[in-house]
Design a protein around this ligand. Structure first.
Ligand code: MTE
Ligand code: MO
Length: 241
């Protein structure tokens, strides 16, 4: 059964199933049912059918669906990937992929839960704790939050400093014990274990320490900023912690 079939579709905003990246050609746009009415007014007239008939649940995807709010995303690798840490810090820094690989790695194995309903059990992520990068940067005492940016040029996310400092919030370098592929946000994505998967920004390029929470891409479109699984977005999923 395809739970996305009744979700709105349209261009150019919304969730774009990244079929083109995977060589399948067609792209569909879907959005979570609970923000459907908000999106409808945001998008204007939209079709309530998936025009492609494709669910975005791809062969060998392990139950994952592939999302991007932009049509194309540049590919980055060890040669040109950079993660910038800046904002209200004493020591702004830029990390290469190799530099991130050399830092202590933490492995977290939880379920992944998307706010549209799909769940992928026991998914390992490995990477550097965001807290380690914050400590290295020296966060100013008046700082309250983090703004995450992405090299797709559009997606953003946010966490309070307290949330970002959790031991299960990672700058992830591997997913399912393999380097994160482009479709899943590689080479580096954010991983926020206790929250809905929209918090786990793909193609991570910036961690900026800010004075207050600035709602991210989907949060400006109706998702909860505090996206705890089972305690937000009007859902009652089993927590992923
Ligand atoms: N940069 C970026 N990050 C993103 C998204 C996106 O569209 N762009 N979608 C989010 C949502 S809603 C989900 S469910 C997951 C999907 O991750 P996946 O494509 O690896 O399954 O990525 C999250 N991070
Ligand atoms: Mo999602």
């Amino acid at each position: 059964m395809n739970h996305q079939r009744n979700e709105p579709a349209g261009t150019p905003v919304g969730r774009r199933v990244l079929l083109s990246t995977l060589g399948l050609g067609a792209a569909g746009l879907v959005a979570a049912p609970h923000i459907q009415s908000g999106l409808d007014s945001f998008l204007g007239a939209v079709s309530s059918q998936d025009p492609t008939g494709l669910s975005g649940l791809l062969p060998n995807g392990g139950g994952f669906r592939y999302y991007s709010v932009t049509g194309s995303v540049p590919h980055k690798d060890a040669g040109n990937y950079r993660l910038k840490v800046d904002g209200l810090v004493d020591r702004p820094a830029t990390y290469t992929l190799d530099a991130l690989r050399k830092l202590p790695q933490t492995r977290v194995v939880r379920d992944v839960q998307c706010v549209t309903g799909w769940r992928v059990p026991h998914t390992p992520f490995t990477g550097v704790k965001v807290s380690q990068l914050l400590d290295a940067a020296g966060v100013h005492p008046d700082a309250k939050a983090i703004r995450f940016t992405c090299f797709d040029g559009t997606y953003t996310e946010s966490l309070t400093l307290q949330q970002a400092r959790r031991a299960d919030v990672l700058v992830a370098l591997t997913m399912q014990d393999k380097p994160i592929g482009h479709a899943h946000g590689g080479p580096v994505r954010l991983y926020v274990a206790p929250m809905y998967f929209y918090k786990s920004a793909k193609w991570l390029s910036g961690i900026s320490v800010t004075s207050d929470v600035r709602p991210g891409y989907w949060e400006e479109r109706g998702y909860d900023v505090d996206g705890w699984v089972g305690r937000s977005n009007g859902r009652d999923d089993a927590p992923t912690v």
